[in-house]
Design a protein around this ligand. Structure first.
Ligand SMILES: Nc1ncnc2c1ncn2[C@@H]1O[C@H](COP(=O)(O)OP(=O)(O)OP(=O)(O)O)[C@@H](O)[C@H]1O
Length: 283
């Protein structure tokens, strides 16, 4: 079935000093409009590579990405991106940082209309009383709230979140997860989020997509998350199947771990054998 977002045969080969490295290969994923997908996988498997290609920030070497019937070709305001660290202009206020994006998307709006949009999203993320505070004076959690408000204020067709809560303490993290779900309840934006956190993935997403280990990483396993929305954390944790889903995800990741250890050991053995052969030839 065609999706609102289609990643088809997506691939990325980086040029490295040791030659071309195929990091992602034949990555296929369709997303329905308004769907929330979390992307999980071991460190270095290629999650950010996939997300940055969808964002148009990283050149696609194979296949492609279609968002709302348009093949993407570089970054655009139809995709809002939030990284682990929000990359704000430190000397500008929270309001002005959000206005930077709003000005781009609503060039013909009046100043007061643009301020209303920026103020609306800043208030939703809990910064209604800090609109005029410089980014450099905001805590890390508050800066991340500005980053989220900035992404939403663009009214994107798609949100791309690369471990957006990764640097936050667990209380702020939980609060922002809930704020994000609350905004998405109204705005229903198709969202792809990278996380390393199995519980976060289960709480936030409609589907969890787990990648195989690189090189040549691709979609390894997809889990449909059945919990009702709007989600209440306590109810999700109390769901009779919660721990089965969790165990299923951890099993997949552990299995990938074993495969990686085995592949690493084989590589080491091959290297040892090659060295021994070279020594023998020299003797
Ligand atoms: N510009 C680049 N040139 C060469 N190799 C790269 C480049 N960018 C990333 N890589 C390699 O591609 C692989 C995947 O990196 P990527 O950042 O996409 O992984 P990830 O799954 O997001 O990792 P993490 O969970 O640790 O953030 C890694 O081996 C990385 O070293």
């Amino acid at each position: 079935m065609a999706g609102y977002v289609e990643m088809y045969r997506l691939g990325k080969t980086y040029d490295t000093p040791n030659g071309p490295a195929v990091i992602v290969e034949d990555f296929n994923l369709n997303m329905q409009q308004g769907e929330y997908i979390c992307l999980l996988g071991h460190s270095g498997c290629g999650k950010s590579t996939v997300l940055s290609m969808v964002a148009g920030l990283n050149e696609i070497t194979d296949g492609g990405v279609v968002v709302a019937n348009h093949e993407i070709d570089g970054p655009g305001p139809d995709r809002g991106v939030v990284f682990q660290s929000p990359c704000l202009m430190p000397w500008m206020t929270a309001m002005d940082n959000v206005l930077l994006g709003v000005n781009q998307v609503y060039p013909h709006g009046t100043t007061s209309q643009k301020r209303d949009i920026a103020g609306y999203y800043l208030t939703l993320v809990g910064l209604g009383n800090s609109l005029g505070v410089r980014a450099s004076s905001l805590s890390q959690g508050m800066q991340q709230r500005v980053g989220i408000a900035r992404a939403f204020a663009l009214k994107p067709k798609m949100l791309l979140l690369d471990e957006p809560f990764g640097m936050l303490d667990s209380l702020t993290r939980m609060e922002l997860q809930e704020i994000l779900l609350e905004i998405l309840k109204r705005d229903k934006i198709t969202t792809l989020m990278i996380t390393h956190d199995v519980d976060e993935a289960l709480f936030m997403s409609d589907r969890v997509v787990m990648m195989t280990n690189g090189p040549r990483a691709r979609v390894g396993k997809i889990i449909d998350v059945p919990f009702d929305r709007p989600r209440v954390r306590a109810d999700v944790l109390d769901h009779p199947e919660y721990y089965d889903y969790r165990a299923d995800m951890i099993r997949f990741l552990e299995d990938q771990d074993h495969k990686k250890l085995k592949a690493d050991a084989e590589k080491l053995e091959a290297l040892k054998a090659k060295n021994a052969q070279e020594l023998q030839q020299q003797a």
